[in-house]
Design a protein around this ligand. Structure first.
Ligand code: ATP
Length: 487
């Protein structure tokens, strides 16, 4: 649909862009990314024929852009430029109607029923219909932007060029605008070429990407362009990390500014507070944690770690809300706290604090085994569970990658299962050796100090440290539980 070959161009005989070779297919949502001054607007202006190239060629729908008459071009493409100014005293509807100009025939232009229909439809889509009679100049920046988009859509173009279209728009209108554009792309095969500064928005809505840097096209392709952290670092000059969107199969980018000075946690000396209701471990700064805890679970950062005692008949309708309430009652900052719960007496806890294979590890375990389960055996679908949970928190002075966190959970689980086997903890239903209990929780928390390690399985020092520490702590906690309950 759009093809540039060896394209160069700029202003006052000085080239801003050099050797741009790009193919934008029909129906693409194509995002141009790059820092300020990298040449994105210049490229857009060359592609729309607003600027003459100094070298190379631009083909649109198979024909050189220069061969299009202005009327034909206006039927083919619409442009929503950056900071478009409309000075006249037009109403919103009149401005949008200007978009129909290329479709109107004859010397004296008449507004046809079709023009009216399209104009109202696009005003509704862009949510400007209700102020169609207002003077344009009375509108806010974001409202004006939506009116100008409506005007561009009224042109019914095959290609829509957008220069920072979400400028001035709030979150809702940004999403709405891009959602509408996406529908136009899908339902009408409209090609969209958009300059987008917000990489996260680009990741959500665009399918193809081209990164410009100092007037050169340094990368083009699919979402892999945005996942290329080294490329983004080179282009933008800041550290940008990507992670996955929680509900969509899309990456999201996070800027990582240089780290501030933080307290050193080499000794892992978290403050421990314990009473009948909870065990609370507090660190002077957050640790990176992977956990299935009821509150603050997933991969997060937390400074506070709590294990709450609940009665055996605890009504677990909304455990996360309960934990938040208990944290508030105990004056522990909920936004920075991981919260587990157990019906086991907290006094049976085990604290194991050691340096194993050069890795400082602190493991906190509460264990009840009334609910022990051999996960490899068949059980009736609906079972009456008794109270009993093994809650494990492992604090490490180590720097783990996300993958290593998963490895660490694996290492801790293997150690727990070995402890249950050595202590002959049986599944009461199957009478076989239990592998865990039905409601176990785990948290692996790391200081993220020092060099990062990609593995934490049994073949690594940190994995062995986790294994030994968890084994000792689970064994001790079960011994304490057995002594008290006689089980
Ligand atoms: N009309 C002009 N005359 C001379 N130089 C210009 C003109 N417009 C832009 N430039 C220069 O061209 C270079 C690229 O500008 P361009 O607007 O294409 O960058 P951009 O990537 O769109 O930047 P931004 O993200 O800031 O909008 C800049 O150095 C700019 O100063």
């Amino acid at each position: 649909m759009i093809e540039t070959n060896g394209l160069a161009g700029g202003y006052q005989k000085e080239d801003i862009l050099t050797d741009i070779n790009l193919i934008i297919e029909e129906g693409d949502f194509f995002a141009l990314i790059g820092p300020n001054g990298s040449g994105k607007t210049t490229l857009l202006r060359l592609m729309t024929g607003a600027l003459e190239p100094s070298r190379g060629s631009i083909y649109v729908a198979g024909k050189p852009i220069q061969t299009y008459s202005s009327r034909k071009k206006a039927k083919m493409m619409a442009v929503l430029a950056q900071n478009s100014h409309v000075e006249f005293d037009f109403s919103v509807e009149e401005i949008v109607m200007l978009g129909r100009y290329p479709h109107q025939k004859g010397l004296i232009k008449h507004i046809s029923p079709r023009d009216k229909e399209v104009v109202s439809e696009v005003m509704k889509q862009t949510e400007v219909y209700h102020y169609r009679d207002k003077p344009f100049k009375w509108l806010s920046g974001g409202e004006k932007q939506r009116v100008l988009l409506a005007k561009a859509l009224a042109q019914e173009p095959r290609i829509l060029f957008l220069d920072e279209p979400t400028n001035h728009l709030d979150v809702k209108h940004t999403v709405d605008m891009l959602q509408h554009l996406k529908e136009h792309q899908k339902n009408r095969q409209m090609t969209i070429v958009a300059i987008l500064h917000d990489l996260n928005t680009a990741a959500l809505f665009a399918d193809k990407f081209a990164a410009l840097h100092q007037g050169r096209l340094v990368k083009k392709g699919d979402l892999s362009v945005l996942k290329n952290e080294a490329l983004l670092q080179k282009v933008y000059g800041v550290d940008i990390k990507h992670h996955s969107h929680p509900t969509l199969a899309k990456p999201q980018m996070l800027v990582a500014p240089e780290k501030m000075e933080e307290p050193n946690l080499r000794t892992l000396e978290g403050e421990v507070e314990q009473n009948e209701q909870y065990i609370h471990i507090a660190f002077p700064r957050p640790l990176r944690v992977l956990s299935n805890a009821v509150s603050g679970g997933g991969l997060q950062w937390h400074s506070h770690f709590c294990n709450f005692h609940v009665p055996k008949n605890y009504d677990c309708q909304d455990p996360a809300a309960d934990v938040l309430r208990w944290l508030e009652d105990a004056n522990i900052p909920a936004g920075d706290t991981l919260g587990m719960m157990t019906a086991v007496k907290l006094a049976d806890q085990a604290f194991v604090r050691e340096t194993i294979m050069d890795t400082p590890v602190f493991t906190v375990v509460t264990a009840g085994v009334g609910n022990a389960v051999d996960i490899t055996e068949n059980h009736p679908a609906e079972e009456e569970w008794q109270v009993g949970t093994i809650n494990i928190m492992v604090f490490l002075d180590s720097h783990l990658t996300d993958g290593a966190f998963v490895n660490a959970v694996q290492s801790a689980t293997e150690a727990k299962t070995k402890a249950l086997a050595d202590m002959q903890v049986a599944d009461p239903a199957t009478k076989t050796i239990a592998t865990g209990t039905s409601t176990d929780s785990i948290a692996i928390a790391a200081t993220q100090q020092g060099e990062s390690t990609p593995y934490a399985g049994s073949g690594t020092r940190v994995g062995k440290a986790i294994g030994q520490s968890v084994y000792r702590a689970v064994t001790e906690a079960i011994e304490n539980y057995r002594q008290r309950t006689d089980k």
